[in-house]
Design a protein around this ligand. Structure first.
Ligand code: TNX
Length: 544
């Protein structure tokens, strides 16, 4: 958290204390008002069912709330070992703030408690859906698979007062509104990308981001592992990629890289949050770190110096050279072996110093290598300038002003069966400035205020692309200007939850005028989780 926000928050709590003194100990809707208009009231004791982000597909409030107490047990169905693990995860979330023991027990021993149940026959719940039933006599989460229970746990968590996110014991009561939520995702692919190349982020920093994504039901973490400024993943057969190519970053800092063991730790942690990691090695452009590490990868056989600036489009692997494909085969083989997920992202963007013929030849040779090692290709949408492989997905990162012909090329690929991930830069790029006054970020795609990032429809975004070609959305976080977790926080929040909602919630629920209130009510949760965020004037935040 920045110093400025710490001070703001301190003043906010002093005002609250003062207001409580005047009002006889009751915080009122006005307490702590800091002069901003339109702020919503203090958190109610029981959050209305479904007043969360992403908004659930179906919400049926009914009856009295469920109360979590010091006697609550968490019951797990032992049909699969993951369920007990999920019970422990839930207990781990709830114990610090409630101070309750919350033992994880056999389902039968949890009468009146919180129960996590698998019901594989419940086909309407799909792969990630869940049902939450809350009543005074118990709370039950049901899903067909552990992933659904995990998503349901996030709903349960958001239904509780935001103080539940704090790491020390807080006052309850801990109530969850009565009724039933039945919820399934709109899209199977709900991603976030983190660029660990322009600035390196440690394993712990990546885990922190994974936990933030989990809260909003994101299921894919795309890691941009190589670029001009740094190579971040160990490759045993080409060790200088990391020892030399990983030794710096934008601005000349020390950079860094993940050993294979560290990378696997990230992958395992993501899996425990039901996120699939999509590793990206960007090729044939964005490769200065590799070219600097191995002279033979350059057409002229001369290694360029390491690069710590922020220009793009100046580097290329040498498409005509045989050694290039030995290199690519080794990298993809070793990376595939670290990847339980289905996809490898091969980049393919901004290859401005690769000729079109070389680009096509390169992609024609490289995509089969991905298949050979058992993975499917994802590429940035320039891949449609070559021929995307069978089963490939392309990630569209254009914007409103992208030429119609370029959009049509992507749409044509979609009509021919290529799946689409939508990351329009002027909507989903979390590194774009919110306004001209935003301290961090870039502005090449324009300013992206909170409403703009939320208020678009993925199904109708790309003219001529069939709606069912859209596999989902992804919010990329490029880090040329971002060096710390505070920097990541303030750019991702509060736009990330909006992209996550576009990915999860049914199109029929899409509505800025209701979303903005649900988003506003995430603010105390951001605070409790120590997430720095941009207090956009478009959002009716509660007073701090
Ligand atoms: C474009 S989007 C890039 C990245 C930059 C980003 C900055 C894409 C595939 N390439 O290399 O980091 O803009 O916003």
């Amino acid at each position: 958290m920045t110093q400025r926000r710490r001070i703001q928050r301190l003043i906010g709590s002093l005002l609250l204390v003062a207001a409580a003194g005047v009002g006889g100990g009751e915080a009122t809707a006005d307490s702590g008002t800091d002069g901003r208009s339109g702020g919503s009231a203090a958190e109610p004791e029981v959050r209305p069912l479904g007043h969360i982000v992403p908004v659930p597909a179906s919400v049926a409030p009914a009856g009295e709330p469920y109360s979590l107490t010091r006697h609550t047990r968490i019951g797990v169905d032992d049909a699969r070992p993951e369920t007990r693990e999920l019970g422990r995860y839930l207990a781990g979330l709830l114990r610090p703030a409630t101070g309750f023991p919350l033992p994880v027990v056999d389902d039968r021993a949890a009468r009146g408690g919180i129960r996590l149940r698998l019901s594989p026959g419940d086909t309407e719940l799909g792969d990630e859906g869940y049902r939450l039933r809350s009543a005074p006599d118990g709370l039950t989460l049901t899903a067909r698979a552990p992933a659904g229970l995990f998503r349901g746990v996030q709903t349960l968590r958001q239904q509780l007062p935001s103080a539940v996110e704090r790491k020390s014991v807080q006052n309850g009561p801990w109530k969850i509104a009565g009724g039933t939520i039945t919820d399934t995702p709109r899209y199977a692919y709900r991603g976030a990308m983190l660029d660990v190349s322009r600035h390196f982020f440690t394993v712990d920093e990546v885990k922190r981001y994974i936990d933030q994504l989990a809260l909003y039901k994101v299921n894919t973490l795309h890691l941009h592992l190589s670029d001009d400024q740094g190579w971040r993943i160990a490759v045993d057969s080409w060790p200088r990629l990391t020892t030399y190519g990983g030794s710096t970053e934008v601005g000349g800092g020390p950079g860094g890289f993940y050993t294979k063991a560290q990378y696997q730790e990230i992958v395992r942690y993501a899996a425990s949050r039901y996120q699939e990691v999509v590793p990206e090695i960007d090729m044939p452009g964005h490769t200065n770190a590799a070219l600097a590490s191995y002279p033979e990868l350059n057409c002229d056989g001369v290694a360029p110096p390491l690069y710590t600036g922020t220009k793009v489009g100046f580097s290329s692997l040498c498409a005509p050279k045989a050694v290039t494909y030995d290199f690519v085969d080794d990298v993809i083989r070793e990376l595939a072996a670290l990847t339980p997920g289905r996809y490898l992202h091969i980049g393919g963007d901004e290859a401005h110093s690769t000729s079109h013929a070389d680009y096509v030849a390169f992609m024609d040779k490289v995509q089969p290598v991905v298949a050979k090692y058992g993975k499917k290709v994802i590429g940035w949408h320039q891949l449609t300038g070559a021929t995307p492989a069978e089963g490939a997905l392309v990630q569209f990162w254009g914007l409103d002003r992208t030429p119609a012909a370029e959009k049509e090329r992507v749409a044509a690929a979609a009509r021919a069966g290529t799946g689409l991930i939508l990351s329009p830069a002027d909507r989903t790029y979390l590194d774009m400035k919110y306004t001209k006054d935003t301290r961090l970020g870039l502005a090449w795609a324009g300013y992206v205020e909170v409403r703009r990032s939320y208020d678009w429809n993925p199904a109708a975004y790309l003219p001529g692309a069939p709606a069912d070609a859209v596999r989902g959305v992804e919010a990329p976080l490029w880090t040329e200007t971002l060096a710390t977790t505070d920097d990541l926080d303030v750019m991702a929040f509060p736009r990330l939850p909006g992209i996550a909602e576009l990915g999860w919630s049914p199109a029929a629920t899409h509505d800025w005028d209701t979303y903005k209130f649900r988003l506003a009510d995430q603010a105390p949760r951001f605070d409790a989780l120590d997430i720095d965020y941009y207090r956009s004037p478009e959002v009716p935040w509660p007073a701090e």
